[in-house]
Unconditional design. Structure first.
Lengths: 95, 214, 557
C-alpha cells in the first residue's frame, strides 16, 4: 500500500500546473472579449469556459481516472442539458 | 489513528463499498445540479437570443475586475480543495497539508463573498436593480440584471453551503473526531465544491464578457 | 401452504419484526429503516389523497349544474388548482416510489436497507415541510393558477398564494431528487450476490428508471418555480413581456419536468403490474428483456416530448413538428409493454384475486388513456381538443385508471408482506370492480364532452354538456366509495385479519422468502440468487401449477 504514494511536492506541482492553465485560460477569455469578432467573441468565451470546466472535471474531480459508472453519471447530466437547450432553441430560433 | 472513528455505517458491510457508493451518489446529485444550473443558463440563453443588443449593453455595465478577480479566487479555491482531497488519500502523513488547504478553501470562499458584496453594493449604487429607476433604457437590460441577481444569488447560496461543509470538515479533522484518510465526506465535499466553481466558470463569460468588443 | 398457516396460526418469529422492534413514537420519527419510512410515507400520501379528493368532490358537485350553484368562480379555480397540485406532487409522484418502492427495493435486491438511510428519512421530512407549505397556501385562501402555474398570470396577475404553493412544490421536488439519488445508488451498489442486472424483478427496473427521471427532471421544475417566485417577490422581470420577458419560456421549463413527471407516475405502476400478472397467471413474464428496454426507452425519450403540451402556445411550427413526431415514437415502448403483459397471460393458469383485478384493470385503462394520447400528439387534432375535457379524460385514464389502480394493486399484493395480515378478499374484489366501474362512469363521458368542445377549468358550461357532467359526477360518487372501502377493510385487517405466512401468493422474488412482516434487517440470512426472476414454471412448459422455485435458495451466514 505504500508504493506509489505521491510526495507533497508532486501533488503541488501537478495541481499548480492545472491551476496555471486555468488562470491562463481566464486571461485569454478576458482579452478575447475585447476583440470584435461578432458571434465568434461570444463563442470564444463559452468555448474557453467549457475547456476550463473540462480541466476541473477531468483533473481536479478526477473523472479521467474514475470508473466508467462515475463517468456515465457525469455525462448523463450533460446529455439532458444539451437536449433541453437543443429542443427549446428549436422553438425560440424558428418563431 | 488515535481516537478518530472509522465511519462505517449501515447498511454497508465493507468500507470501500461505502466510499464508492458515496462518490457515486454525489456524482448523481451533481448530475441533478447540472440540470438545475443548466435550466438557469437556458433561461439566460433564450433571453439573450431574444434581446442581443440589450444584453450587450447590460453586460458592459458589469464590473469586469470584480468578476475576473472572483473567478481567479474560485479557481484557486478549487486548487486548494483538490490538494486537500488528494493529500487526504495518503492519510495521516499530510494532516497539516489537508488542514491548511481546507482552511484556505474556506478563506477563499469568504473572499469571494466579500468581493461579491462590494460588487453588489456598486451595482445598487449604479441603479442596476430591476424595477422603477433602473439605469438602462432597454427592456432586455432589466431582464439581464434580473437574471444576474438571481443566478449570482443562487450561486452564492450554493457557495455558502459549500463553505459550511468545508468548515465542518476542517473542525472535525482538527479535533480528530474524523479520520482524514480515505474519508468519504471529504471526497463528497470536494466534488461539490468543484461544481460550485464550474458553475461560476460558466457564469463569468455570460455575465462579464458580453458587449465588451463594441 | 399448510392449513395451519392459512388459518393464521403461526408460531411467532424468533425475533421482533420491523413493526414491533421499537414501539415509541420517537422510534418511528427517527427511524432509518426503509420499511418504516415507507409506512410513514403511506400515511402521508393517504392523507393527501383524501385532501385532493375532497377538493375535487366539491368541483364535481358544482358541475352538476351548468351555471354552478354553491361555489364562486374564484373558489372553483382554487379548488381544481389545489386538486392538481396535491394529487400530482403529494400523491402520485411519491405514492408508488416512496411507499412500495421504499419498502420493496432493498427486499427485492436482497439488501438490508437503502444506500443512504438517513437521507431517506430526510426526504420524508422534506415532504412533510412541503406539505405544510401547501396546506398553508390552501388555508390562507388558496391558489388559482392551476397546477401548471402558467405565466404571466402566476407571476404578475394572480392575487392568490402563489408563493406558498410554489414554495411547497419546490421543497417536495428536493425530496424527490434525494429519493432518486438514494434508489439509484441502492440499485447499483447493494444487490445481493448473484443478483445481476438482468435477474432483477421488473419492479426494481421500474423504480430505477423512475429515479433517473426524478434526479434529472425535477431540478428544472425547481428553477421554473424559483423564477416565478423571484418575479412575484423580488419584482424581477423574467416572464414580463413589457420588460422583455418571454412567458412561453416558463412553459418550456415547466413541461421539461412535467412531462417526464408523468412517466415518474406511470413507470412504477408498470413495475407493479409486471410483478402481479406473472404471479396470478402462474407464468413467466413474456419478453423480460424488452420490458426492461421499453422502460429505459420511456424514461429516456420522455425527456424529448414536452412540447406537445405547447402546440397552441405560440411555439414554432418546426418545434411542434419535432415534438409531435417524438410523441408518436414514445408510444411504441408502452405498446410493447401492453403486448407483453397480454402475452404473459396466454396459456396461463389465471386467477382473479384482487391484486390481479386491479392489475388487469390497469392494462385496459392505461391502453385507453395511451391511445387517446396519440390523438393529442397529432397537431391538427390537438388544436381542437387542447384545453378541453378530452385532455382531462386522457390524463385521468392514465394517472387514475393506470397509476392509482396499480397503486391499489401493489397495496393489496404486498399488504400481507408489509403488515403480516391478510385482508378480506371478497371486500377487496368488490372494491376493485366498483373502482373500475366508477372510474369509467366518471371519465368516459369526459372524452365525449371534450371532443364536443367543453373547455376545461371553466366554472360554468353550456347546457348541452350537462348530461356528460351529471354522468361524470355520479361516477365520481361511485369512485369515492370504492376508494373509501379499502381504507375501511385494510384498517380492519390490521386488527382482525388473519396472520400471513411468508408467501401467501406463492410468488417468486426475494421479498417472499423472508417473514411477513420482515425483520428490521430484512433477511435472517444472506440471500444469494442463482436463477432468473418469475421462475413460475420450467422452460418449455406453460403455466406452473406447483409452488415456484423462488429466487433465493441458499443460506450463507
Amino acid at each position: 500500500m505504500n508504493e506509489n504514494r505521491p510526495t507533497a511536492g508532486r501533488l503541488w506541482r501537478k495541481n499548480i500546473a492545472i491551476w496555471g492553465a486555468l488562470l491562463a485560460l481566464l486571461l485569454l477569455s478576458l482579452s478575447l472579449a475585447y476583440v470584435p469578432m461578432g458571434r465568434l467573441t461570444t463563442a470564444a468565451g463559452i468555448v474557453i469556459a467549457a475547456t476550463k470546466s473540462a480541466l476541473v472535471l477531468l483533473l481536479f474531480m478526477e473523472l479521467a481516472t474514475s470508473k466508467s459508472l462515475i463517468r456515465l453519471a457525469a455525462i448523463s447530466g450533460l446529455v439532458f442539458v444539451a437536449a433541453m437547450f437543443a429542443l427549446t432553441l428549436s422553438d425560440v430560433l424558428t418563431r | 489513528m488515535s481516537d478518530e472513528s472509522a465511519v462505517l455505517r449501515e447498511p454497508w458491510l465493507d468500507f470501500d463499498r461505502q466510499r464508492e457508493a458515496a462518490k457515486f451518489g454525489i456524482w448523481v446529485f451533481l448530475g441533478s445540479e447540472a440540470l438545475f444550473f443548466g435550466a438557469l443558463l437556458m433561461t439566460y440563453t433564450v433571453c439573450r437570443v431574444e434581446h442581443p443588443e440589450a444584453f450587450a449593453a447590460a453586460g458592459r455595465e458589469t464590473n469586469i475586475w470584480y468578476g475576473t478577480i472572483n473567478t481567479a479566487v474560485l479557481l484557486t479555491s478549487s486548487l486548494s480543495m483538490a490538494m486537500a482531497s488528494q493529500a487526504a488519500e495518503s492519510g495521516m502523513r499530510f494532516r497539516r497539508l489537508v488542514l491548511g488547504c481546507l482552511l484556505a478553501t474556506v478563506l477563499l470562499g469568504l473572499a469571494f463573498i466579500v468581493i461579491k458584496g462590494f460588487e453588489y453594493k456598486e451595482d445598487i449604487d449604479k441603479h442596476l436593480v430591476p424595477g422603477a429607476g433602473f439605469a438602462l433604457p432597454q427592456a432586455g437590460a432589466q431582464l439581464f440584471y434580473g437574471l444576474y441577481w438571481l443566478v449570482t444569488g443562487v450561486h452564492a447560496v450554493h457557495l455558502s453551503i459549500g463553505m459550511v461543509l468545508v468548515s465542518r470538515l476542517f473542525w472535525m479533522f482538527y479535533q480528530r473526531k474524523l479520520r482524514i484518510s480515505e474519508n468519504p465526506e471529504l471526497e463528497v465535499t470536494a466534488l461539490y465544491w468543484h461544481l460550485v466553481d464550474i458553475v461560476w466558470i460558466f457564469l463569468y463569460p455570460l455575465i462579464y464578457l458580453p458587449g465588451r468588443a463594441s | 401452504m399448510t392449513d395451519a398457516l392459512l388459518a393464521g396460526e403461526l408460531p411467532l418469529p424468533p425475533r421482533p419484526d420491523y413493526l414491533r422492534h421499537g414501539s415509541t413514537i420517537a422510534s418511528w420519527l427517527t427511524t432509518t429503516d426503509h420499511k418504516r419510512i415507507a409506512i410513514l410515507y403511506a400515511v402521508t400520501i393517504t392523507f393527501f389523497f383524501f385532501l385532493g379528493g375532497a377538493a375535487i368532490t366539491a368541483v364535481r358537485l358544482e358541475l352538476f349544474q351548468p351555471n354552478g350553484w354553491f361555489l364562486t368562480s374564484d373558489s372553483y379555480n382554487k379548488l381544481f388548482s389545489f386538486h392538481g397540485i396535491v394529487m400530482v406532487w403529494f400523491f402520485l409522484v411519491p405514492s408508488i416510489p416512496n411507499t412500495l418502492g421504499n419498502f420493496l427495493l432493498p427486499l427485492m435486491i436482497g439488501a438490508p436497507d437503502v444506500a443512504f438511510p438517513r437521507l431517506n428519512l430526510f426526504s420524508w421530512y422534506l415532504t412533510l415541510a412541503a406539505g405544510a407549505l401547501t396546506v398553508y397556501a390552501l388555508l390562507a385562501g388558496g391558489v388559482d393558477t392551476g397546477w401548471t402555474f402558467y405565466t404571466p398570470y402566476s407571476s404578475m396577475f394572480s392575487n392568490t398564494h402563489v408563493f406558498a404553493a410554489a414554495a411547497g412544490v419546490f421543497v417536495v421536488g428536493f425530496a424527490s431528487i434525494a429519493t432518486g439519488v438514494n434508489f439509484i445508488a441502492t440499485t447499483h451498489m447493494l444487490r445481493a450476490p448473484g443478483m445481476t442486472w438482468f435477474r432483477l424483478p421488473l419492479f426494481v427496473w421500474a423504480i430505477y428508471a423512475t429515479s433517473l427521471i426524478m434526479v434529472l427532471a425535477t431540478p428544472v421544475l425547481a428553477i421554473s418555480l424559483l423564477l416565478v417566485i423571484a418575479e412575484r417577490w423580488l419584482g424581477l422581470p423574467i416572464f414580463d413581456p413589457s420588460r422583455g420577458g418571454d412567458p412561453v419560456l416558463f412553459q418550456h421549463l415547466f413541461w421539461f419536468y412535467s412531462h417526464p413527471a408523468v412517466y415518474i407516475m406511470v413507470l412504477p405502476a408498470m413495475g407493479v403490474v409486471s410483478e402481479i400478472i406473472p404471479c396470478f397467471a402462474r407464468r413467466r413474464i413474456f419478453g423480460y428483456d424488452f420490458m426492461v428496454y421499453a422502460m429505459l426507452a420511456i424514461s429516456g425519450i420522455g425527456f424529448f416530448v414536452w412540447g406537445h403540451h405547447m402546440f397552441v402556445s405560440g411555439q414554432s411550427a418546426l418545434a411542434s413538428l419535432v415534438f409531435s413526431f417524438l410523441s408518436f415514437i414514445i408510444a411504441v415502448p408502452s405498446a410493447i409493454k401492453v403486448f407483453n403483459w397480454t402475452a404473459s397471460l396466454y396459456r396461463g393458469q389465471i386467477s382473479f384475486e384482487s391484486p390481479m383485478l386491479y392489475a388487469l384493470g390497469f392494462v385496459g385503462l392505461f391502453t385507453t388513456g395511451g391511445l387517446s394520447g396519440l390523438f393529442l400528439a397529432s397537431i391538427p387534432v390537438d388544436i381542437h381538443v387542447t384545453d378541453t375535457y378530452f385532455v382531462v379524460a386522457h390524463f385521468h385514464y392514465i394517472m387514475v385508471g393506470g397509476s392509482v389502480s396499480a397503486f391499489f394493486a401493489g397495496l393489496h399484493f404486498w399488504w400481507p408482506k408489509a403488515t403480516g395480515k391478510l385482508y378480506p378478499e371478497s371486500w377487496a374484489k368488490f372494491a376493485a370492480i366498483l373502482m373500475y366501474s366508477g372510474f369509467n362512469m366518471t371519465f368516459l363521458p369526459q372524452f365525449f364532452a371534450g371532443y364536443l368542445g367543453m373547455p376545461r377549468r371553466y366554472h360554468t358550461y353550456p347546457a348541452e354538456f350537462q348530461i356528460y357532467n351529471v354522468m361524470s359526477s355520479a361516477g365520481a360518487a361511485v369512485l369515492a366509495v370504492a376508494y373509501l372501502l379499502p381504507l375501511g377493510y385494510l384498517t380492519w385487517s390490521l386488527f382482525y385479519g388473519g396472520r400471513a405466512g411468508n408467501n401467501p401468493w406463492e410468488a417468486t422474488g426475494l421479498e417472499w422468502t423472508t417473514t411477513s412482516p420482515p425483520p428490521p434487517k430484512n433477511f435472517d440470512w444472506q440471500p444469494r440468487v442463482d436463477r432468473e426472476p418469475y421462475d413460475y414454471h420450467a422452460e418449455g412448459l406453460s403455466a406452473g401449477t406447483d409452488r415456484p422455485e423462488v429466487q433465493n435458495v441458499r443460506e450463507i451466514q
